[in-house]
Design a protein around this ligand. Structure first.
Ligand code: G6P
Length: 313
């Protein structure tokens, strides 16, 4: 992809700019009056989002992330599609599907009537994708950067054959310290505990994290909140087209074993994912479409006085 051509075709003066990013990947840099964001065209992945009055990024992006074709970028909002988790047919295909390791197309950019910046990325089937997953599709990801970050993933079946998918917006939220995080909105909800033999359990109260957590919550019907006492903020997650929420933190051992995480990185993020997963499988009929959406908004619970890394007085 030619950066100059992308800027000519899709750049918006003082708002949307294409740059060469890490690994030589094309990145889209957004700066408007409300927020800044960075999007990788590889993976169709938001890597960074920070409202103008907010001192901390919404996203965790690993300093050890890979920017290499064939590998996924650790952090931001990876797109898991057309399956979430391990290959459902056990054919040895990659975990979380294949679109997080492909270059997407830029389908359009615009400034909305509200002054937000909207970028639309797309992906359609090719011989390469059909060799992995034998279906015809058109994917569209609309990313709107304003006071909040809004994502909408639209799956279109472009053939006369029905297909089934699971999927997730696998967002890595940056937190001050995992010890000071509480996730609410799931009280009374059943979950599959992937960290404990896939046992079915019932959530009571808020979720705090003090060990590996890998859970698929079922029949989720509320907004989810991530309260972060150290950063003095609350992240509000509104999902559409999803009945499933995944909560993941690898904790120390898995973090240490991952080449694209530092040993203690698990202290700095939690994934709260808007998904269709487990038994929440989406049927997409001939020439039909389905939509999965998430809106992320930061509310301050404390006035902010310090930066991410406080300096000695
Ligand atoms: O490292 P990745 O392939 O991006 O997957 C990271 C994690 O994603 C999800 O949250 C799954 O529930 C976890 O089981 C998995 O380990």
């Amino acid at each position: 992809m030619n950066i100059e051509q992308l800027n000519n075709d899709y750049g918006i003066a003082d708002q949307v700019k294409f740059i060469e990013g890490a690994g030589g990947f094309p990145f889209i840099k957004i700066d408007n009056a409300k927020a800044g964001a960075v999007i990788s065209v590889y993976g169709g992945q938001v890597l960074s989002f920070q409202p103008a009055n907010e001192p901390h990024n919404l996203m965790f992006l690993s300093e050890s992330a890979y920017y290499q074709p064939g590998k996924s970028i650790k952090g931001g909002t990876p797109i898991c599609w057309p399956w979430f988790g391990p290959d459902p047919e056990q054919l040895g295909r990659p975990s979380h599907g294949f679109v997080r390791t492909l270059f997407w197309n830029v389908a359009g950019t615009e400034t909305t009537a509200d002054g937000d910046s909207k970028v639309t990325l797309g992906l359609t089937d090719t011989a390469e994708t059909r060799a992995i997953w034998p279906h015809g599709f058109s994917l569209s990801l609309a990313i709107t950067v304003g006071d909040s970050l809004n994502l909408e993933l639209i799956t279109r079946n472009t053939t006369s054959q029905t297909f089934h998918i699971t999927q997730a917006l696998h967002t890595y939220f940056r937190v001050g310290h995992i010890d000071q995080v509480a996730i609410s909105g799931l009280d009374g909800t059943e979950y599959i505990d992937k960290a404990d033999n896939a046992l079915l359990k019932l959530q009571t109260g808020t979720i705090t994290i003090g060990t590996e957590v890998d859970r698929i919550y079922r029949d989720v019907d509320r907004e989810l909140l991530i309260d972060d006492a150290m950063f003095g903020r609350r992240i509000r997650i509104k999902s559409t087209g999803s009945k499933t929420a995944v909560v993941w933190n690898p904790w120390a051992k898995i973090s240490t074993g991952m080449g694209d995480l530092k040993d203690d990185d698990y202290e700095r993020f939690v994934c709260v994912e808007t998904a269709n997963a487990g038994s929440d499988i989406v049927k997409v009929g001939p020439n039909a479409e389905c939509r999965l959406g998430a809106n992320y908004h930061i509310e301050r619970t404390l006035p902010e006085l310090s930066n991410d890394f406080p300096t000695a007085a």
